[in-house]
Structures are given as C-alpha cells and as structure tokens.
Design a binder for this molecule. Structure first.
Ligand SMILES: [Zn+2]
Length: 282
C-alpha cells in the first residue's frame, strides 16, 4: 500500500485560502514547544490566527494543514512547554521534521518583516519560503538564511577527542563544533576549528550526515576526522578537552562521571557510531 506521508510541504496551501476547521496549530515559545503527553499539542485554530501575520503554514499534516505561531501565553489542559532539543529524541521522524521546519520557519517569519537592503516592508511569504521587498526600486527577493555549522568526532587510534564548553556543567562532554566562516569550505572549517579548540592537526576528514538545527538557523554537518598526532593544546573556547578510549568513555559513563548530549543530537550519533566500531577516515 502506498501511504501518504504524515508530514509534507508539497503543495502547502496559502494562509488566506484556509478555513480554521481544516487546520491545527502548534505553539512555540523561543526554543520550547507546547506539548501534551510528550507530543506537540494540536490546538484549534481561530479566524484571527489566519489574519494577523504571525502564523506560519508549516505544511500538510495528514488530512489537515499544520500551522505554527510563537505565543508565550498559549495554554491547553494538561499541556506544558518542552525544550525542543530534549523533545527530539522521543518524536517520530515526521513529527521531528515538522517541529524543526516550524521552528526554522517561524524564525524566518519574524526576521523577514523588512528588507535588509532598503528597509521597506516585505510581502507575506510564498509557499517556497521566499519574501519580496515591496519597494519598486529595490524589489529584492529574500530567502531564509541557513548558517552551516560543522561538528566533528576526531579520533586517534583507539581514542576520541571530546571537549567541554565553559557554560556546560562539570562532566558534560561532546564533539567539537563551530560555524563555517565566509570563504571557507566545510573541510577547511573542520580543520580550523579542531586546531583552534584543541591544537590538533588532522590527517583525514570525511563527511558523515547532517541535521537541521534551527536554534535559530543552523544546518549542522557531521564529520569524522583522524588526527595526525595526539598532542593537545587547548584553545580559549573550551574549558576542557581530552582523549578518551572506548573503554574509558564507557567506564566514565557507567560511573556517572561523564555525560553526553541526548539521543537525537548529531553529536551523540557520531559518538555512538564510534563506540560501535565505525572506522576512521583514511
Ligand atoms: Zn528592499
């Protein structure tokens, strides 16, 4: 049987052609989402939601149209605000994709009211996300900004390089990460960040997979890299950085001395892959 996908942006209808009864609404407050029983709370849509310019058409959700708004005051019986990063690990694929799409789209909706070239107002978003400057002299078309960021698990023989940012609690470690800078390739960004944060030179870099990370507008690109040597010179961005063998890491996790990012985060996936024996790049 061919089943229609639960969530799709194909053929997403325009807001002004919708009736409230055809829609359901998810409400966001910064990086949190209003949830019931661990799932996004599906709220009823009111006529005003379709008219005030603060509602995003996320896509089709089953036989309904999924809308999203930022609304700090939203409430529903038994509902609570859950942090999206923590929620991701317990959502199904379609739910997770819809939550990330809505979070990214709302950031774009809020940040694209005015043209960044001339300051004129911009037309309401089309279904392809773009917005157009209303000034006839300017008329620029704007697209949502995506900030590429790279995250990398560096290995050397049987060890992996993990770091702790100064703002994280004691014992919380993760892979190294950073934003890609103008003029850089992804590989150059990986090499530069690892050198800056840990003073480690790389012998090989290989792309693994990516993750939408709309907090507020990143695309996280995951890499594996092999170090040329194990010497560490810690940079200013990290409070701690160290090599862990698989055995040391498993032991530190079992004894509660060390914690890792939650499941669902690309950093955790890179570490879990390595723990399960995935090979280093040549
Ligand atoms: Zn303009």
């Amino acid at each position: 049987l061919l089943e229609l996908p639960l969530f799709t942006r194909d053929d997403a209808p325009a807001l002004d052609h919708l009736a409230p009864s055809r829609c359901l609404l998810w409400c966001f407050s910064r990086h949190s989402l209003l949830c019931q029983d661990g799932q996004p709370a599906a709220l009823a849509v009111e006529e005003r939601h379709l008219r005030d310019g603060h509602t995003l058409v996320v896509g089709r959700w089953g036989d309904k149209v999924l809308l999203a708004r930022e609304d700090d005051d939203a409430a529903a019986p038994g509902a609570q605000w859950l942090v999206i990063r923590d929620l991701l690990q317990q959502l199904s694929g379609p739910s997770s994709q819809a939550v990330l799409t809505a979070r990214a789209g709302l950031h774009w909706l809020r940040g694209s009211a005015f043209c960044s070239y001339c300051g004129a107002a911009m037309r309401a978003p089309l279904t392809d996300w773009s917005r157009e400057c209303e000034d006839s002299q300017c008329g620029r078309r704007h697209f949502p900004r995506l900030d590429p960021a790279m995250i990398v698990l560096v290995t050397h023989q049987d060890q992996a390089l993990l770091g702790r940012a100064p703002s994280w609690p004691e014992g919380r470690f993760s892979t190294l990460a950073g934003f890609v800078e103008p003029g850089e390739t992804l590989e150059q960004a990986v090499i530069r960040e690892v050198r800056e944060e840990a003073g480690v030179a790389l012998a090989g870099v290989r792309y693994q997979y990516s993750q939408a990370w709309p907090f507020p507008s990143s695309l996280m690109l995951g890499f594996r890299a092999e170090a040329a040597a194990a010497d560490i010179v810690r940079g200013e961005e990290l409070a701690e950085v160290a090599w862990y063998s698989r055995k040391q890491l498993r032991q530190a996790l079992a004894e509660g001395e060390l914690s890792l990012p939650p499941g669902g985060a690309i950093s955790r996936q890179l570490i879990d892959d390595w723990l399960q024996g995935s090979p280093a790049p040549a």
